[in-house]
Write a protein that binds this ligand. Sequence first.
Ligand code: LLP
Length: 424
Amino acid sequence: MVNKFYPETFLKEPEPTIGGVNISYLGEKYGTPLYILDKKTLVIQAQKYINSWKTYYKNEYKVLFAVKALPVLEVIRIFHNLGLGILVSTGGELYISRAAGVNPQSIYFHGNAKTLKELEYAINENIAGIIIDNFDEFEKIKYLVNKKNTRTNVLVRIIPNIEVKTHTSIRTGQTDTKFGLPIVQAYDLIKKILQEKNLNFKGIHSHIGSQIFDITAYVKLAEVLSEVYKDLKDSTKVQEMSIGGGLGVAYTSEDNPPEVEDLAKEVSAKFKETVGHSFTIICEPGRSLVGRAGITLYRIESRKELPNVRKYVAVDGGMSDNIRPSLYGAKYSALVISKDQNHVTTYSIAGKHCESGDILIKDFIDSWPKVGDYLITFTTGAYNFSMFTWYNATLRPAIVLVDNGEDKLIVKRDSYEDLLRGQI
Ligand code: LLP
């Protein structure tokens, strides 16, 4: 059976390959740890979003890649060429997106503590929309556009009061959150925006959380947004509404993420029933665009057997290249590339970092590997590279893109000299 967490082109037999390239060969050529990205999965996921909205939503739609999931030039270029816009959350993400050649009119900027400098940068770049999170940000933007006597497009982020089932660190739509404003306060903010000649109010933004499996949460969100639309109808035209990102992916065979198509279908149906497709719909996927496209290749460096306690297999990476197990208790699936498939046993896969919590997978079952064998972890395309930490002065791994039997280096591995960058 093909696992839900395999990249589109991944084949286990006779030897593991991805994008038509032998995975052990990639380990020899580029070294480990190595992030490997399957271009076909990236393209297929982006097309799913585009085609689903095209089918079900009878007005304009915008799919924005939430670049925080994987801020890599080549990945941004692939998505932008397919027609996706970009959602940034910092000046740094804006800089990377512009360096990738993204048209500023396809870029939106959200975030709860944007600095004056970041806002000035976004205004100077003339991006498609700044998503205002709070009153202080409004004052900063007002100051900047009046000083420059220039106009800028803004949206307002609301708190929709929807609590989703996901890790508490990545829930954002509930009443108590640092993101956005309660709806009544958002209305006050919109009133203020409408009085400003240099601010063009475009619409409403929302985001309920990440790694969400339940489409009904989005249907509820569509209901809330419909009410907001009706409330604002008399005072202003809402041109755009964003439902945020957050669709989940499968990390293990127990995970059952919904189809992208169902998100578009259900949300479009709800809006049709309430206010019609009277505005441009925006969605902002990150994880569901890039998560399954990525795998990480490690080399096994040591093994140990604590009698009657546990067996450990340690790899040459860990919490530096994938902080999610230690940060959220996130679960991953893996595969050992070993010549000896006979001796199957249970062990924990440990990282190399100086922390006991640096365990990538607890109670993993596979063949007992040898030192020098390779190990693959799956679904590492989202929030692994972007959350890299250089704890223990670790070198950031390279990223290789594979497609149609070819491999291409798209991010170089750090060198020891890189560790000294900026140090005096
Ligand atoms: N839109 C907004 C406003 C967001 O804050 C986010 C993610 C997205 C879209 C994209 O969400 P996605 O489709 O990727 O779920 N580091 C965490 C995830 C944090 C998500 C932050 N916001 C993790 O590793 O699970």
